[in-house]
Design a protein around this ligand. Structure first.
Ligand code: A3P
Length: 296
């Protein structure tokens, strides 16, 4: 019932060729003209690549591993989501940012060409997290089934087609990961992989720490590894999205903290789908050599 519930599957509207929810598209001019403070940070991902995980790591690094402080508020409040615009009374990402003092850790799913230019002009630090296409697709598929503001995903076969054509919210996975990859050196972007964090969280947490110009003791780093494990985060109400009502995230369909594994795609792709996907992938990724891993 759309009238009774303002949250329903919002249609996608293209902004400079990138499909975004109609709410974001309507608000686009204020998003595009947003200017961050030079001390602000950006955490950017294609949806479902490990945003929430990276946010928790960053927050704990900034607060010297203090779990209590990092439970001060739900992650959507701790990390304003730049472009998110929802029906009232939910505050927009921009409104939330205005209430916070820099440095702010801003989340975005925008492809690099849609990131407001102030981030580059002000030389803000940017952390990008990428996840292999097949696991990213499976995770996004489950998310689109349960997040009732996202377009209807249809069958997995239909979803595969939409993913390959870039017809999902925030557009093409291929363009997204390539866009940031090509600019990572020039723009000093820390480019991380979900699979690397899963394989060796300590090593990647140390990389993030150094990028943020922080220096924490080994004990604290070990503690952060533990606090940001899938098991601990799944039970952390300030990180696991349990504060989003069931009318928006339908948990009878799927949980936000779903599985947190590398290689779950093998449980979903048929051999024929995998082959078709790989052939298309080789064509779409021919111009780059990004070391994605579909297993670890
Ligand atoms: P799955 O659906 O494969 O389980 P995002 O935060 O970008 O929306 O990404 C969500 C994905 O990251 C989900 O993947 C979620 O389970 C996974 N994730 C979240 N926290 C994690 C953690 N601590 N360790 C591993 N995966 C995590």
């Amino acid at each position: 019932n759309k009238a009774a519930n303002a949250f329903y599957r919002f249609p996608l509207v293209e902004v400079r060729g990138v499909p975004l929810s109609n709410w974001i598209a309507q608000n686009w001019s204020s998003i595009w003209t947003f200017c961050p403070d030079p001390s602000d940070f950006l955490i950017s991902t294609y949806p479902k690549a490990g945003t929430t995980w990276t946010q928790e790591i960053v927050d704990l690094l900034l607060h010297n591993g203090d779990a209590e402080i990092c439970r001060r508020a739900p992650n959507i409040i701790r990390f304003p989501f730049l472009e998110i615009t929802s029906p009232p009374p939910i505050p927009s990402g921009l409104d939330l940012i205005k209430t916070m003092k820099p440095p702010r850790f801003i989340k975005t799913h925008l492809p690099i060409q849609l990131v407001p230019e102030g981030f580059w002009e002000n030389k803000c630090k940017v952390i990008y997290v990428a996840r292999n296409a097949k696991d990213n697709l499976v995770s996004y598929y489950h998310f689109d089934r349960m997040n009732l503001t996202q377009p209807e995903p249809g069958s997995l076969e239909e979803y595969l087609q939409k993913f390959m054509k870039g017809r999902l919210s925030w557009g093409s996975w291929y363009d997204h990961v390539k866009g940031y990859w090509k600019e990572r050196e020039k723009k000093n972007i820390l480019y991380l992989f979900y699979e690397d964090i899963k394989e060796n969280p300590r090593r990647e947490i140390v990389r993030i720490m150094r990028y943020l110009d922080l220096s924490l003791s080994d004990d604290i780093i070990d503690k952060i590894v533990e606090l940001t494990s899938f098991k601990v985060m799944k039970d952390n109400p300030m990180a696991n999205y349990s504060f989003i009502p069931n009318a928006v995230f339908d948990r009878s369909i799927s949980d936000f903290m779903r599985k947190g594994e590398v290689g779950d795609w093998t449980n979903y792709f048929t051999p024929a789908q995998s082959q078709m996907f790989d052939e298309d992938y080789a064509r779409q990724m021919a111009d780059v050599d990004i070391p994605f891993r579909t297993s670890i």
